[in-house]
Design a protein around this ligand. Structure first.
Ligand SMILES: [Zn+2]
Length: 253
């Protein structure tokens, strides 16, 4: 007789790219999701359903009614509650076989090294570049792959960063210009673009967790309104940049 575990992942493990060996890798993997907004909630749900064993949700904010048009793990009962805690509760209801830990905090330069340490992967669910530069710096230093994602109005960007192998965030976007960690909450945002970009982000995350980092890489641009997607291949310069230039080895090399 099949176990619940075998039945739950039967369709996923039937994929030759994953199989039961891949499923075991996912079951022992640890992922930190920074931000439980539009991107982070969709990403967290997909990772929980895929059976990623340890999910850490970092967010200090509370659920507001303006979040409900896109933030998939919340409903009206969650209004006024901490996002990380409400999201963790929902994820545990989806999959009780994984560990989900809420971390009610805003990622900053004092806590980032500790909060990201020891994870296999970090997902960017933030809404500001200042936090992305911080994630990049810590992940490069600690040799942790991370997947950048950003959405604005009807378009979004996704890019996987594997220290020592791909260009890092600073290689592509330059050095930070004293950017304040302030979200642009007054701008428009299409609900569908957050789902699309987060789904692509999780697709990259699963490949990296399986140890499959042989994809072409690069920066993907997605437009949910104009029905358009473009991939821009990127190659890491041998010297890297001021942030990743000191990375001499990778645990995947
Ligand atoms: Zn770099």
């Amino acid at each position: 007789m099949l176990t619940t575990y075998e039945v739950r992942y039967a369709r996923q493990t039937a994929l030759p790219q994953i199989g039961w060996l891949g499923q075991e890798k996912l079951a022992t993997a640890s992922v930190v999701i920074v931000g439980c907004g539009g991107l982070g909630t969709v990403a967290a749900e997909l990772l929980a359903r895929a059976g990623v064993g340890y999910l850490y949700l970092v967010d200090h904010d509370i659920v507001e009614v303006g979040n409900l048009h896109r933030q998939v793990l919340f409903d009206e009962h969650d209004l006024g509650h901490r996002k990380a805690i409400a999201a963790a509760k929902e994820l545990r209801a989806i999959n009780s076989e994984i560990v989900v830990e809420p971390v009610v905090a805003r990622l900053n330069s004092s806590n980032a090294s500790t909060l990201l340490a020891g994870s296999d992967l970090v997902l960017d669910g933030t809404d500001n570049d200042a936090t992305r530069y911080l994630i990049n710096e810590v992940c490069v230093k600690q040799d942790i792959p991370w997947v950048f994602a950003a959405v604005d109005e009807n378009y979004g960007l996704v890019m996987a960063i594997v220290p020592g192998q791909t260009p890092c965030f600073s290689c592509i976007f330059g050095e930070p210009l004293s950017l304040p960690a302030v979200p642009r909450s007054n701008k428009g945002l299409l609900g569908t673009i957050t789902y699309m970009v987060a789904a692509i982000q999780v697709g990259l995350a699963v490949r990296l967790l399986l140890g499959d980092d042989e994809y072409a890489g690069g920066l993907l641009y997605v437009d949910a309104w104009d029905y358009r997607m473009e991939s821009m291949p990127l190659t890491r310069s041998p010297g890297g940049c001021g942030v990743c230039g000191e990375t001499k080895t990778s645990r995947r090399s």
